[in-house]
Design a protein around this ligand. Structure first.
Ligand code: MN
Length: 325
């Protein structure tokens, strides 16, 4: 898993463990992501399937893309498609994905990079493996998270944030048992590079086999943990979790987890997500996330009328800073 890593975790700033006044969050559910296919047929796990939207708020949807080891000619992407009313966050752990949108955003996302695309009022989007990867095949593993926007920001102008792996804030848990990569928002007093419209924390944690981790977590955020690889335990009752499972935490201001230290002694990688719930009605269909059915109908009408943008004539520049003829 070549997302950014470090040789010596002990040199990193440490997130203090919660003190005795802080309340450990109980785990309210553990669900297993069903497998499916997205776009032109790349394999995904639907991380949030079976969980009530109110528990996910401000998040809407998350796909684990892969992990898949493609043969030559097998890598797939999506055709051009519209979005309105929310943000897509794409984090690539292994391999490369090329994005382009009709607002001028896009580029290559690879090995620990994140693309944070605010669709807002609307745009067209394409996500595809680069041609050389289609030819060669290879490992592909990442995530796409959908973050909702409140009604006052649904029609905000589109915005694109290109977050390189090296910009991610690297932290250690209090005793060095976990490497914490803050991708966006604020966590443990440190800011990640991703700028969010509403308060959110997005952290990729690698937990050493056998390590127990206790972290502070804002009381006004929800708390979700998705296991990317390995297995372990979550919450005070030590609920078992493994790759492809999502744990939802209840109220409190601290979260706990532990990587299984028996057997193969594999590290456990988890994606920690939390944010302030938006608490508005959600009308979601396909690529649009709005507040009402009337707004959804308007989004389809605007898309069909070409008001969400048009497909650019030139392909995305895969090497920003160089001229494209
Ligand atoms: Mn898209």
């Amino acid at each position: 898993m070549p997302a950014i890593t470090v040789d010596d975790i002990l040199v990193l700033p440490r997130v203090p463990a919660p003190d005795v006044t802080q309340t450990e969050r109980k785990v309210t559910s553990v669900t297993t992501a069903p497998r499916g296919f997205e776009g032109e047929g790349f394999p995904v796990r639907r991380a949030f399937a079976g969980v009530d939207l109110a528990r996910l708020d401000p998040f809407i949807h998350m796909d684990q893309m892969g992990e898949v080891d493609y043969g030559p000619g097998e890598p797939k992407g999506t055709p051009w498609h519209p979005h309105r009313g929310f943000e897509t966050v794409t984090y690539i752990i292994d391999g490369t994905f090329k994005h382009q949108d009709s607002n001028g955003g896009g580029g290559l996302i690879t090995n620990g990079d994140t693309q944070w695309m605010t669709a807002g009022a609307g745009l067209l989007h394409i996500e595809a493996p680069p041609e050389e990867l289609v030819v060669s095949g290879g490992l592909f593993h990442g995530f796409q998270l959908w973050v909702n926007l409140p009604s006052r920001l649904k029609m905000t102008p589109p915005r694109y944030q290109d977050i390189r792996a090296g910009q991610v804030a690297l932290l250690s848990s209090a005793d060095g048992g976990a490497l914490l990569r803050v991708i966006a928002g604020s966590f443990g007093g440190y800011d990640g590079p991703g700028v969010t419209h509403t308060p959110i924390a997005l952290v990729h944690a690698t937990v050493s086999a056998g390590a127990q981790v206790r972290l502070p977590w804002p009381a006004d955020f929800n708390a979700l943990a998705y296991v990317l690889s390995g297995q372990g335990f979550v919450g005070p009752a030590r609920r078992p979790v493994k790759m492809g499972q999502l744990a939802v935490f209840g109220p409190g201001d601290a979260i706990t987890f532990e990587a299984d230290g028996s057997g193969s002694r594999q590290d456990m990688d988890i994606l920690l997500l939390g944010g302030q719930p938006i608490r508005e009605p959600v009308a979601a269909y396909g690529p649009f996330v709005m507040n009402t059915r009337a707004e959804l109908a308007q989004a389809f009408e605007d898309y069909q009328a070409g008001r969400l943008g048009s497909i650019p004539a030139l392909p995305a520049d895969p090497h920003p800073g160089h001229d494209v003829l």
